[in-house]
Write a protein that binds this ligand. Structure first.
Ligand SMILES: Nc1ncnc2c1ncn2[C@@H]1O[C@H](COP(=O)(O)OP(=O)(O)OP(=O)(O)O)[C@@H](O)[C@H]1O
Length: 287
């Protein structure tokens, strides 16, 4: 086990920001902590990273209290939401400086190549674009391929090529055994990559489990556009302009029925979509 959080509580004065939270992250897993704004994700991560002291509960990382920096810090890399790089240093200097502090072995050239920053090595931090700064944050987090890597909204502000490159780099780290803790508001990223998801709302887990466990409790959805004045042969919601939504707990059966009906009656099914409930829908169901 890499991370073990049991009955974690955090209060900021009167405000109860994290409420009795328990979860575990196993070696090699990608665990995504998701949630609404202000749910308590960053607060929880700060405790697990050893930056903040909980009000109550137990947290261990590699079996140690995360505030035991000597035991834990060399084994983890952290990509925060906002970094505090000195604006006058170059990219090369920043990576070398922060990497050197980690007490892990690596080279600036390797890390810059992984983060696609080789061409920016001599540029000062002040002159980087938003996406390039984000990549610099990533570069310092992966110095020396740490066993545990925290990625706090890693792809915010990145263009699509940079996102793909970042996830490829994460995949390679995982192949080498790294454990990843991710927060993101891009639910698709979590749905595609996470082994487990903790979905937070107002300081507690609304749901916790694998992606399929999270979506299993919600129906699947069929969306279709039909010719005017033709209702579908199944219970459906009328979305207007001929668009219909069918919610089903037996997707193959209902899809088969819809296709058969369309074929027999020569009805054109336009914009047909069918699939499992997406994580977005789980989020929208939070009240
Ligand atoms: N230092 C602080 N003092 C008082 N309240 C705080 C402090 N830090 C955070 N909070 C409050 O605690 C709650 C949880 O904040 P946190 O930053 O952990 O949420 P989050 O889930 O990371 O949100 P987001 O998705 O918006 O980044 C918020 O309501 C926030 O206002």
């Amino acid at each position: 086990m890499v991370i073990d959080v049991q009955n974690l509580n955090l209060r900021y004065g009167d405000f109860h920001a994290v409420r009795d939270l328990s979860f575990r992250v196993q070696r090699g897993e990608l665990y995504a902590l998701l949630g609404t704004n202000g749910a308590g994700k960053t607060s929880t991560l700060e405790i697990v990273e050893g930056h903040r002291t909980p009000t109550s509960g137990t947290v261990t990382v590699f079996g140690h209290d995360p505030r035991d920096r000597r035991a834990v810090r060399p084994r983890m890399g952290i990509m925060l939401q906002e970094s505090g790089f000195s604006p006058d240093l170059t990219v090369r200097e920043s990576v070398g400086l922060i990497g050197g502090l980690s007490r892990r072995e690596d080279t600036v050239d390797r890390v810059l190549a992984v983060a696609d920053l080789t061409r920016k090595a001599g540029t000062t931090v002040a002159q980087l674009s938003g996406g390039e700064k984000r990549r610099l944050d990533f570069a310092t987090a992966i110095w020396g391929a740490p066993e545990l890597i925290f990625l706090d909204e890693p792809t915010t502000g990145l263009d699509i090529q940079s996102r793909d490159a970042l996830w490829n780099a994460v995949d390679r780290l995982r192949e080498d055994g790294s454990t990843i803790v991710l927060t993101t508001h891009y639910l698709e990223e979590a749905q595609q990559r996470a082994d487990r998801i903790g979905l937070m709302h107002r300081g507690a887990f609304h749901r916790e489990g694998t992606v399929s466990e999270l979506t299993a409790t919600l129906p699947s959805v069929i969306r279709v556009t039909l010719p005017a004045a033709v209702p579908p042969p199944l219970p459906a919601t009328d979305d207007g302009d001929g668009r219909w939504t069918v919610r089903t707990t037996d997707l193959p059966r209902d899809l088969y029925q819809l296709l058969g009906w369309a074929h027999d009656n020569a009805i054109e099914l336009r914009d047909l979509e069918a699939g499992q409930t997406r994580l977005d829908d789980v989020f929208r169901a939070i009240h």
